[in-house]
Design a protein around this ligand. Structure first.
Ligand code: HEM
Length: 397
């Protein structure tokens, strides 16, 4: 496995299959950590409490002040007891009707974006579904969720794009500097937004994060509020864009699967099953690291304290021990216990919202364009951890 090799990035699943057949857990010289490949090993990595998300500041600290600040206070980078406290507060704020509030907005936004696709594709020209349809939707949804004014939505995606480059293994001084700059601007923006909300609370999530307190009166701190806003945009956006992009590309390449979805377009259960298979078949998030806080055995291999192990979600989701014919896309797969949203204490907090977005965008697009077809072979971006396409060129007539 060479994570910088374009052939591996284009299709990592045969490499995963060959490695998984050798051993469920292996050492990677390239990553300097163990990798878990089987469904069972990945599940254990995500559930074992002596394997934690232990945040280490990016160095040098002087170059990454804001990047480090927004991660140190983020739910995703914490372990109990801090994680337990903050997750409870954020989950409480999230559960105050935001998914229900956003459901009709997601449908309206998807319909608006489908109009843009129709305009761009009129006259038979090719349209990039990624930039015209898949990318704007999750950004708009997070904008609505956080109560960011619509005029400012265009700021969000470039910030998020720049920050998530920090999670790849082939960073450059330019991408590092852009990430720090983006973190600084984004944090500043959210601080101002929170200050405005404090004067008049609304029905958005920032307002609910300012309202919630736990049984002993503890509230979300200012830094946690900023870090949560940024985490929600980053976590909630890149993964959703690329689930839609990867999934639509896979469907458009498989006419039989596309027909099955089209025939069930008015049946929410068919769309839901297709959405789950998109997450399993070619998921957007391939790797999550954990660090051992004590010697921990996973599938016969001991991870010593301080050593790292990566859960390869895409490999787990293609394990033949759990999924029959895993290399085939099957939009009717049932059950489909994929680990695309993770497992254990860090299980994706936004999964219900992500599912609404994936299902609505799929349904809206296919209903609107009965003749949707690929106009060019989709190409992957040269990044492994966040797996996505460069473009998705289609024609609509
Ligand atoms: C298809 C879309 C999505 C996928 C595949 C996805 C996947 C994941 C995964 C795998 C994790 C766990 C990471 C780990 O264990 O280290 C996670 C955590 C998280 N996700 Fe998502 N996610 C998606 C969309 C969203 C959305 C829309 C939101 C919010 C609006 C969101 C918010 C979060 C948060 C806050 C966490 C951290 C939870 C914690 O640490 O307790 N995600 N997500």
């Amino acid at each position: 496995m060479r994570v910088s090799d374009q052939a591996f990035i284009d299709d990592p699943y045969p490499t995963f299959a060959a490695m998984r057949a050798e051993a469920p857990v292996q050492w990677s010289d390239e990553l300097g950590m163990y990798v878990a490949l089987s469904y069972d090993a990945v599940s254990q990595v995500l559930r074992t409490r002596t394997l934690g998300r232990i945040w280490e500041d990016f160095a040098p600290g002087s170059a990454f002040e804001q990047i480090n600040l927004i991660h140190r206070h983020a739910l995703l980078e914490m372990e109990p007891p801090d994680h337990t406290r903050l997750r409870r507060l954020v989950a409480t704020a999230f559960s105050r009707g935001h998914v229900e509030r956003l459901r009709p907005r997601v449908a309206a936004l998807a319909a608006e974006l489908a109009d843009d696709v129709a305009d761009a594709g009129s006259g038979g020209s090719a349209v990039d579904l990624l930039s015209v349809y898949a990318e704007p939707l999750p950004v708009a949804v997070i904008g609505e969720l956080l109560g960011v004014p619509r005029d400012d939505w265009p700021l969000l995606r470039p910030w998020s794009n720049a920050i998530v480059k920090m999670y790849e293994y082939d960073r450059s001084p330019e991408s590092d500097a852009a990430a720090e700059q983006a973190a600084s601007e984004f944090a500043g923006y959210l601080r101002e937004l929170a200050a405005v909300r404090r004067t008049r609370l609304g029905d958005d999530l920032i307002s609910d994060l300012l309202r919630v307190q736990d049984a002993d009166g503890q509230k979300v701190t200012d830094d946690e509020l900023i870090a949560t806003g940024i985490l929600l945009l980053n976590a909630g956006h890149e993964a959703t864009v690329n689930t839609t992009g990867n999934g639509l590309a896979a469907l458009l390449q498989r006419p039989d699967q596309l027909t099955t979805v089209r025939e069930g377009l008015s049946d929410p259960a068919v769309i839901a099953a297709a959405g789950e298979e998109m997450l399993r078949f070619d998921g957007p998030l391939q790797l999550f690291e954990r660090t051992a806080t004590a010697p921990t055995e996973i599938a016969g291999t001991t991870i010593e304290a301080g050593q790292k192990i990566a859960a390869l979600l895409g490999s787990a989701n293609h394990d033949p021990a759990v999924f029959a014919d895993p290399a085939a896309m099957d939009v009717t797969r049932d059950p489909n216990p994929h680990v695309g949203f993770g497992l254990g204490i860090h299980f994706c907090l936004g999964a219900p919202l992500a599912r609404v977005e994936i299902q609505t965008s799929l349904q809206t697009l296919l209903a609107r364009f009965p003749a949707l077809r690929l106009a060019a072979e989709p190409r992957h971006r040269p990044e492994f951890v966040i797996r996505g396409l460069e473009q998705l060129q289609v024609t609509t007539r």
